[in-house]
Write a protein that binds this ligand. Sequence first.
Ligand code: SF4
Length: 716
Amino acid sequence: MNREANGNIDRWVKSYCPYCGVGCGLLAGLGDGAVVKVKGDPDHPSSLGDLCAKAVYLPETLKTADRLVHPQMRRCQDGPFTRVSWEVALKSTAKKFCEIIDEHGPNAVAFYGSGQLTTEEYYVANKLVKGFIGTNNFDTNSRLCMASAAAGYKISLGSDGPPASYADIDVADCFFLIGTNTADCHPVTFKRIKRRKMSDPDRVMIIAVDPRRTETADFADLHLSIRPGTDIALLNSMLHVLIREGLVDQDFIAEHTRDFEKIRALVEHYSPEAAANICDIPAPLIVEAALIFGRAQAALTLWSMGVNQSTVGVHKNNAIHNLHLATGKIGKPGCGPFSLTGQPNAMGGREVGGMAHLLPGYREVANALHCEEVARFWRIPPGRISPAPGLSALDLFEAVGRGEVKAVWILATNPAASAPDTDFIERALRLAELVVVQDAYHPTGTTQFAHVLLPAAQWSEKEGVMTNSERRITYMPKVAEAPGEALPDWKILTLFAREMGFQEDFPYESSEELFAELVQLTQGTPCDYSGASYERLKKEGPLQWPCPGPDHPGSVRLYGEFSFPTPDGRANFIPVEHQEPFEVPDRDYPLVLTTGRVKNHWHTMTRTGKAESLLKSCREPFLEMNLADAKRWAIRDADFAEVISRRGKAMVQVRVTEEIRPGTCFMPFHWGRQFGFYKAANNLTISARDPVSRQPELKACAVRVKRIMDFPLEDN
Ligand code: SF4
């Protein structure tokens, strides 16, 4: 056996990173049937051989002591689990689901999935829930992440789907980074931006908009430390300056857009001085940002949760699109609005209908023609798919809490730690008649509420495809056996569908069969990838949609012909006004808390919390607080403090810094109550949400901070 000396590696196999939406290509080093090492795949066009620490330490997270290896059941949430066979677990769950549906109707059950699922798994779940069980109550944690971006694209441009590509980074000369700490949250994308900047430092300009001076902001040429929630005022004001300075593209506006006059009238009121008052930054900085953007040959706007997680998240997205449409900076090399997806397959989920209002191929349940097309394809009676959108993530848990949804099935996600206002989520889960949790690990914050635990295979233990932020579809092979009796999520759902009586319509024996079926439903839609197959993806490597035929090479960017998927082919200017966050600071709660990630952890740490090398970089949550605020409340660096909101409290060590604007504090959200009841940032956050996207405002709530303990230094 020709093993690599340093790692007992028999061979390297191409794979895909299961963490973030950058979607890096990986090489998994196999030894004795297990993944023992991971490195970057130089052939993957999204990452060009690069990767970050989270992926490097994947092997440590695979065969851990807390892997869920057998189905388990219990009668009540405080009772002990009993190991059962797959047959017993699925039969009794199906029986209970049928009883609930018979008595209360199909809307009394709900499914909550995840951007960690493969596209095939999303698809089979959607088909089962929307086509056969007869409810649209299938939503996912993408609702907490990208729902505002998806709705923003649809409203402004006519369809979901980021128009740009990572290749555009290499030719852009302006990067407008708003609401994204790219350096920490999308490290490989950030390295590519840095390389571009260093290749032509005088010409390539980076603007970062963030209340914190993050590593991203630190590298930028211009940092706008705006007051949280004031992005629309800034964006409208930039457009005001662009119009005033003659930096808009009149030909593009006339030929390819509609309603510019409405925007012109609206942004009249957003002079730099007016916006400066709202954003609490100097007016000349707004002018400078607008001029850099407007004078650039090619400008990319990149954004993430700082924009999307807001009660006006969709409007913020519209305001970004307005800037690009006004300057014609879309559909051209180096140009475009480019949302950075949080999870590895949030995009794939959207493509096959992985939200409560969607059907495969960006179709919508509220569109009768779309329902008919899908019903015909699934060979179900016309009218079987309900035209009413199902319950979105937080609405779903609210309905559980009200007793309207009796049974909830949670797949590959941990809402008891990741959703806002943990009390509200836990209360709902306690009230459910039946909680089924399908996961790779137990315990998690959510599995403690389960009646039924179903062990799922995870990365490297199953095959499937995922789509990253730049619409690129990558095939991931199964390279190792799952532990115990764990099964791929698609297999569990298929077996359950059969137990529900839908044997003939769920004949799948492989995820390849599912893929071959789902690509047909993308045909003729904006996200057409009917030209993709497992065979092709394995042979040619990843493909970017649209890819409508077997000979089509895939598409680097959308709207190259400046024709948008709207009825008249024109993109829409959407006038949007600044609106304050739902909960503004007051005398009792004088600070704005914003939450986010740290570089080496992922979501609720069910995986990264197991890799000692990652854990040691940040073992505990912390509160970042401005020096002036700290002085005002007599808090010193490293003191322990209580952070209190109207919903609960957390207790953390304080990092006093000038890298965050006064009046704002920051806490990472990775630690759920499982790590210690008062370590959870989501004890504090708010479930207020955008009226269109239903995405919650995880980026702003009001808190107060109180010192509880000095840092124990000898001289204290
Ligand atoms: S940047 Fe994202 S996709 Fe790439 S290796 Fe890191 S976590 Fe994985």
